[in-house]
Design a protein around this ligand. Structure first.
Ligand SMILES: Nc1ncnc2c1ncn2[C@@H]1O[C@H](COP(=O)(O)OP(=O)(O)O)[C@@H](O)[C@H]1O
Ligand SMILES: N[C@@H](CC(=O)OP(=O)(O)O)C(=O)O
Length: 242
């Protein structure tokens, strides 16, 4: 049997907020599993005050927690999200597996809130992909050499997505969000916003918009990984950043 392609797809918190919303994400995953083994990278589900969103978890912890404890607390959002997404994919007949965060192969320093990546190891991810159609990985989280959980900065799951793509030797990653591409102005603010079909890495970086994490675009530029920003709730080619 021919070896299936590999694909990395990332879904942000706004694409995972409840079961109905997640069904739109699963439609895109179902399309991809027809011809690829898929690594799905997920953020924590929803936004404050959704129960497992990053800011909700942060609001529950005392300011007296150490940075290490805070990182561990927020990481629960992404860990839970991976388990729920894998469960729901299993329920619709897809062989899915939630990768434990400590097997994601992203090794970082000890800067708990904005960790620097030291090394990548594809071993566990590849092994999981060899056994399942879809592997669901928690975005945003890395691991320090001592085993502590660290985080890649707010919005850092976009960065995780390109790290996984590079780890797997891929030159493209699909990032799904609640708008269908990059616009000249936030499309939620202006109905006159115009969508770009294509942007260079530098054009994207110069826009300084929150739709993609800066580290994600910077790393994609360095490693020559194309990013396609697509809409979870729409079809279409979105915006290519290349
Ligand atoms: N120029 C822009 N083009 C597209 N989206 C933008 C732009 N500026 C701001 N945004 C906002 O970025 C949001 C998506 O980013 P984010 O909230 O981080 O999503 P996700 O949950 O997928 O990580 C959109 O809902 C949109 O309002
Ligand atoms: N959940 C983290 C990481 C992240 O990237 O989230 P999102 O993809 O929903 O922006 C945060 O809120 O910062």
């Amino acid at each position: 049997m021919a070896k299936l392609d590999r694909k990395v797809m990332k879904f942000g918190g706004t694409s995972l907020s409840d079961e109905k919303v997640r069904r739109s994400a699963y439609r895109h995953i179902l399309e991809e599993v027809k011809h690829a083994k898929v690594l799905v990278v997920v953020s924590a589900m929803g936004r404050y005050p959704d129960p497992y969103a990053t800011d909700t978890l942060l609001s529950m912890g005392s300011p007296l927690l150490t940075k290490e404890e805070k990182a561990r607390l927020v990481s629960m959002g992404e860990q839970l999200s991976a388990l729920i997404v894998a469960s729901e994919l299993l329920d619709i007949g897809i062989s899915a597996y939630a990768l434990p965060f400590h097997k994601n192969g992203i090794l970082s320093d000890h800067q708990y809130e904005y960790a620097n990546v030291l090394a990548l190891s594809a071993r566990c991810v590849q092994q999981a992909l060899s056994q399942h159609q879809v592997v669901v990985a928690s975005g945003f989280i890395a691991q320090a050499p001592c085993g502590d959980v660290t985080t890649l900065g707010r919005g850092g799951s976009d960065f995780s997505a390109v790290l996984f793509a590079h780890m797997l030797g891929l030159d493209e990653v699909d990032i799904y969000t609640d708008v269908d591409g990059v616009y000249d102005i936030d499309p939620k603010v202006s109905s006159f916003a115009i969508r770009y079909e294509r942007l260079s890495y530098d054009e994207m970086l110069n826009m300084k918009v929150r739709v993609l994490h800066e580290r994600c675009v910077q790393y994609a530029k360095e490693k020559k990984i194309r990013i396609r920003l697509r809409g979870t709730f729409s079809q279409g080619e979105g915006t290519l950043i290349a």
